[in-house]
Structure formats: C-alpha cells, structure tokens
Ligand binder design. Sequence first.
Ligand SMILES: Cc1cc2nc3c(=O)[nH]c(=O)nc-3n(C[C@H](O)[C@H](O)[C@H](O)COP(=O)(O)OP(=O)(O)OC[C@H]3O[C@@H](n4cnc5c(N)ncnc54)[C@H](O)[C@@H]3O)c2cc1C
Ligand code: SF4
Length: 502
Amino acid sequence: MGKPTGFKEFARELPGKQSVEERLKHYNEFVEKYADEKLNQQAARCMDCGVPFCHHGCPLGNVIPEFNDAVYNQDWKEAYEILTSTNNFPEFTGRICPAPCETACVLGINQPPITIEEIEKHIIEIAFDKGFVKPKKPNLRSGKKVAVIGSGPAGLAAAAQLNYAGHQVTVFERDDAPGGLLRYGIPDFKLDKWVVDRRIKLLEEEGIVFRCLANVGVNININDVLREFNAIVLAGGSTTPRNLFVPGRELNGVHFAMDFLKQNNKRVAAKDLLANAAIESNILNEEVKATGKNVVVIGGGDTGSDCVGTSNRHGAASVTQFELMPKPAEERNDFMPWPSYPMLLKTTSSHEEGATRQWAVATKEFMGDSDGKLKALKIVDLEWKIVDGRPAQFVEVTGSEREIPCELALLAMGFVHPQHTGFINDLGIGLDERGNVKASEKDYRTNISKVFTAGDMRRGQSLVVWAISEGRECARAVDEFLSNAVTSLLEAKERSVLELER
Ligand SMILES: Cc1cc2nc3c(=O)[nH]c(=O)nc-3n(C[C@H](O)[C@H](O)[C@H](O)COP(=O)(O)OP(=O)(O)OC[C@H]3O[C@@H](n4cnc5c(N)ncnc54)[C@H](O)[C@@H]3O)c2cc1C
Ligand code: SF4
C-alpha cells in the first residue's frame, strides 16, 4: 500500500478533456494525461484492501492494488509487468472499458472509487514510452497450426496467448485491416486507430500471421481451413443487428448504426468507402452523413452514444436519442447494492457534446416524402410497470402519440447473435437458445472436434474486457487440447515401438 492516508488526503479526479467546442472539430481522442503528481495521488488513494473486490469486478482478474502500489512508487516496469500478467491489451481497456472494477472498489462504499481505468491507461502508455513493450517471441515452436477467425479483441487475445504457447497462429479477417470493432465500430474519438495499429504490429513481430480480406465462408472455404489447421478458434463477434420492423423501415434515411459508424471509421482513415464491398461486412453502397439533418438515434447504449458523438462531429442540425426503457436511477438503491454492477444513468462524453435524450419512448412509424426519403418519426410515450426494481411491462400512454422531424434515423438497438450464414451453417456448428455459438465456459469447444469459440460469438454482445478474457481462456483450452494431442501422438508412437520390439 503506497500511502496509508492517501484516500483521506486526495479526492477522485479524472484527467481533463478538451473543450466540447474544440473536440467537435476533429475525430481524435481528447482526454488529456494526468500530470505526474496527479497520477501519483490517484494511485495513493488505493487502500490495498484485505479482500480487494476490484479483482472480482474485473473480468480479467486484474491485480489492481498491486499495480496501484507500483505506480505510487513510480516503479513503472513493475506496474507494467503486473498489469500485463492478466491483460494482453491494457491500451484498449484503459480507454474504453466501462470499468466494472471501479463499481466494485471498496472505497466506493462511501467515497468515489479509485480511477482504475485511467491508471491502467497511464501504466501502458508510460511502458510504451519507456520502451518496456517489446515483441515476446516463444522460445520453442510446437509444430501445431491454429486458425483464428475474426480479429476483434477476443481473436487477438486468443492469437497472442496461443502464439506465446509456441503454436503457429494465422488470423483470418474479412475486413481490410485487423481489430474487429476496435477498428470498425468504436469511433476514433474514443480509441485512436494508431493504438490498434501499434498492437497489431507487435503481434506480427511476435510471429502471428494476419490474412485480411479473408472472409471465411465467402472467399475462403472453411473445409480448407479445417484441413490445414490443427485447431480453429471462431471469434467472429455478434454481428446481426436488432431490426425495427415498423412501417417505413425501407425509407431512404433509415440505417443500422454499424453501417454509419464503420463508414465514418473508414472516412477518418481516408479509405475508399466502397472498396472491397463484396468481401467486407457493413459496407453501405451510399455515403451517409448527418450534416444539417435532424438525427434520431434509436437505442440508448454505447453504440447509440457513439452515433451521437459522430453525428455532432458531422454537424447535424439536431441529435435526439431514444431509449425504450425508463430513465435509470442516478444512485444505487436496494436492488443494486455495492459491489454489484449497477444499472445507473450513464452520461458519456458524447452526451456532454449535445443531444436530447428521451426515455420510455417507442417508435411506431418512419414517415417519408413522395421520393421515399425519411422526413419524420411517429413516436409514443410508454409507461413502465416496475417489479423488484426492474422494468417489467409497458403500456403506451394514451394521447402521447406525436411526430418529430427526422431525416436520418440510426438503429442502435444491439445485436441479436452472430451471422449464421457462412461458416456456422456450412460446418453445422451448434447454437444456444439465443443463437450464439454453443460452447461451455470450461473448454470453449463447439460440437465440432478441434473447433473452439470465444468472445461475442459465444457470449453474445458484450464488452472488450470480456472478449479479451474469453480469448485468453479459450486459448488455454486450445493449448490443452493441442498438448494432449501431442502427448497422445507420442504415446501412440511409443506403443507402436514397444509393439515392434515385442
Ligand atoms: C459501436 C460499438 C461501440 C462499442 N463500445 C464499447 C466500449 O466503449 N467499451 C466496451 O468494452 N465495449 C464496447 N463495445 C462492445 C465491444 O466492441 C465488443 O464486445 C467486442 O469488440 C467483441 O469482441 P469480439 O472479438 O468477440 O468481436 P468483434 O470485435 O466483433 O470482432 C469480430 C471480427 O470477426 C470478423 N469476422 C466475422 N465473421 C468473419 C468471417 N466469416 N471471416 C473472417 N472474419 C470474420 C469481423 O469482421 C470482426 O472483425 C462496442 C460495440 C459497438 C458495436
Ligand atoms: S480491464 Fe476494465 S474492469 Fe479490468 S481493471 Fe481495467 S478498467 Fe477495470
């Protein structure tokens, strides 16, 4: 424990941000760094609790009090080593994790918790600056080949761990560059893409081979992959968006959020928007911009918030975000006690930049003009019945139906399951009741021998930190499977030698 009285002396403080006016002029990250003294003070607030609940809060089991102590003592190498002993990519989680660890922090019982996520980001960025982060190549190669399908955080974590274990890993990615939603989905203002490129370069230097524009099931035959590799990890994400089947859905101006967000990531990267449309996912055959439009984002989660931030940067005339559920509580209540993850009202940096937020609202119709262009939404208020602290049922509020002007509607209502057409159907992979790839958390193995799965493809739409955790655990299962295969081969060879000798 760095400073026993730290939590009494220093208040929780987050680093500064660029002003809204400034940051709306660009797409880059805008959160500033802590000054050295501030970082030291924030780490000093950690109480090194006897039972550190933050470990439990973090899906990766990050050993938080230990790295806080190293930060307080400015032992950056030690802090880096502790952090990366459980987390392959702290530069991602340190920027975009919703930090369930912080809601489990013991200090959070009666004070604002430690700024764990920010400390994590500072440790890894300092480690890069000081040259501690170097490619880690395995000393020995096993002679086994593993294919990872999908290069999001789950696929990357699985690939990294399997490569360290000595297996030769090839990652297949249908987009033109690796990263999954880290590259094409999450806006640049939350996660600059040089951060993703920096990690991919390291992974390549460690020996991982990336094959982009390789859409397995489209221009790559899954049976060829099965033949060539000793094990396969399916990490294709949860990519089927939830649709809104109301009249007018076909109008020009109604789009899925992901089509809009991916296009913007490509625009920021100065890439041709339509190139590779036959191979990549989520490529719109038209350019969609929010400039000068009344934008309505339907869906109140992270994806919706990213559409708000992007629309404001485009220069939308107005941005409104609708959520079907009622407005969440602002503080914990009896139904969400510490240290559980509370469903509280979340105001993101994109909301700070300007948006009208409305809760308990349903869209009944998209209304168009004679050219088939969206011009308004018909909406209605909902009244929710709350049971045990949770919204259970709703009814429409009589007389609340109204129209609002809207030329761009973005559907951000989550994802139902992975895409089934392609390798899932081709291989006959078993699915669970929600349509995700079925595999136990114990061995991450599907119904097909030597085929494993991890990340959103297995657990459904989730978080980057969970994807990394799944990738790591799945890699452990694959390594065990391959090690047993090596052992059984050796055993078989020994048996045949013994038999020959007899
Ligand atoms: C807009 C948006 C914002 C988000 N913001 C946050 C956030 O701030 N914080 C957070 O923690 N989480 C956030 N999430 C959730 C998070 O991004 C996901 O949970 C996480 O990326 C899942 O990782 P994954 O590796 O399982 O899948 P993905 O990241 O979806 O990667 C899957 C990859 O597989 C590829 N693929 C699919 N099929 C094939 C195929 N047949 N052949 C080859 N490649 C294939 C895809 O192209 C993709 O690159 C957000 C999600 C969205 C959509
Ligand atoms: S990965 Fe997320 S949950 Fe884990 S310690 Fe970092 S911020 Fe907290």
